[in-house]
Write a new protein. Structure first.
Length: 434
């Protein structure tokens, strides 16, 4: 056993040596030191604001839908660990990957039949883009290599995904001239229940038609735009995209990395619209938050197209492709989800969030409160003071990670009613003090 380090030593080494998401080096904001996690609670190595445990309002960025340290997922990981944690996927295959792929084909929209197992969400988007570009190259249309998306999106931090993230997010300015230049439609009008706006619908159709000759694909997050601004739109726009893409010979990619596995109240957000994409990306909740794994699914038409090309293979193959440990936990996580009335649990949390967040509408500086499925958002009319807002939530015994003008929560589906109420109280406290 290595020599134990005190919390103070760990935090000091962390500050000196360890990058955190979107952070400076050395670090400026002190992260909370987590010692363990179980159910919906994170246990801190030392008390902060008088709390040694925090109810997790973030599901570790959409992923830990069953909570932490779950006996079923622990068993799946342990069982697979004793067989093998990894073997290469080139020339070899194994039961966890095959089972998971078959499972994803069975539960996703019918036309999606083939699965590429990647190691993170961003990589699955890279693979999706590569599939689309390669498809058109194979069909003798190499000019079709741009992407169209709408503003307000987020698709990951590697190169192609960054090029379709919201261009007003700051990162685009930093990378101007370096990133591929994509085609941007206006952000979809807000409101899950709002009737589709005709002028906006016409805007989407016109833009896709105008750029059809150079477009490989349209890529969007269906129904919920996550890290780009936590906004919800009418599923009707997805039907418009499907029609316009079919009419103009453009592929349609749905990035369901955040929305997949029940978060919006449907197993996949595409189901709200009743349309299927040509390519779909999954990640985040895929392994119930245990390990990094993502998947890119495609139709037989896309796979056939690629396989008929001059280079008749999909030219991608990460070292840890199809990782057995992650695949085994993912399959167990999906079984666990489907073995219960997950829709009822998401609805229960939705009701709890609606009731608990309603008072936030009266807090000065709050612009809007919105809830969809197990997602609750309080949008301010100003940039949140992240340190003050986080501290206010911790004081209420809750972990939140606000950003920009947003204080939001997507709790694990196992969160009990009392804990949902507690999370809501913390969101309100953060809105008051942030
Ligand atoms: C998180 C996210 C990604 C990126 O996934 P990583 O695993 O962080 O690379 C891509 N698209 C959407 C919609 C996401 O929410």
């Amino acid at each position: 056993m290595p020599e134990p380090l005190t919390p103070g030593e760990l935090l000091s080494l962390d500050r000196q040596h360890v990058w955190h998401p979107y952070g400076p080096m050395p670090g400026t904001a002190a992260p909370l030191l987590v010692e363990s996690a179980s159910g919906v609670r994170l246990r801190l190595a030392e008390p902060v604001e008088g709390q040694d445990e925090l109810v997790d309002g973030m599901s570790s960025w959409w992923s830990a839908v069953h909570g932490y340290n779950h006996p079923v997922l622990n068993d799946a990981a342990r069982g697979q660990l004793e067989r093998m944690s990894h073997v290469m996927f080139g020339g070899l295959t194994h039961e966890p990957a095959v089972r998971l792929a078959k499972r994803l084909v069975d539960i996703s929209p019918e036309p999606l039949q083939h699965v590429f197992l990647a190691d993170s969400g961003s990589v699955s988007v890279e693979v999706a883009v590569k599939m689309c570009l390669q498809y058109w190259r194979s069909l003798g249309k190499p000019r079709k290599q741009r992407l169209l998306t709408w503003r307000g999106g987020y698709h990951g931090d590697t190169w192609q995904p960054m090029s379709v993230c919201d261009p007003d997010g700051g990162m685009h300015e930093l990378w101007q001239g370096a990133l591929p230049r994509q085609v941007f439609a206006d952000a979809p009008p807000a409101g899950f229940d709002a009737a589709p706006d005709e002028a906006y619908t016409a805007h989407l159709r016109e833009l896709i038609g105008r750029h059809a000759e150079e477009l490989a694909a349209v890529i969007v997050e269906p129904v919920v735009q996550g890290a780009g601004g936590m906004s919800f739109h009418s599923p009707g726009y997805l039907r418009v995209l499907r029609e316009a893409c079919d009419e103009h010979g453009v592929l349609l990619v749905f990035d369901e990395i955040a929305t997949g596995f029940g978060r919006t109240g449907a197993l996949f957000a595409a189901e709200h619209a009743g349309v299927a994409p040509d390519v779909m990306c999954l990640g985040k909740a895929l392994t119930g938050g245990y390990l990094t794994l993502a998947a890119t699914l495609c139709t037989t038409a896309v796979a056939d197209g690629i396989s008929r090309g001059a280079l008749p293979v999909l030219a991608h193959g990460p070292t840890f492709m199809g990782n057995p440990l992650a695949a085994a936990v993912a399959d167990a996580s999906i079984s666990l989800l489907l073995s219960q009335d997950w829709g009822q649990e998401v609805k229960r949390i939705e009701t709890g969030l609606r009731n608990g967040l309603a008072p936030a509408a009266d807090i000065p500086g709050v612009r809007e409160v919105r809830v969809l499925g197990a997602i609750g958002v309080v949008q301010l009319d100003h940039e949140v003071d992240m340190a003050a807002a986080t501290r206010a939530a911790v004081r209420e015994g809750v972990w939140l990670r606000p950003f920009r003008d947003l204080i939001y929560t997507m709790p694990p589906y196992i969160t009990g009613d009392d804990d949902v109420a507690r999370v809501c109280a913390a969101v309100c406290a953060a809105a008051r003090e942030g």
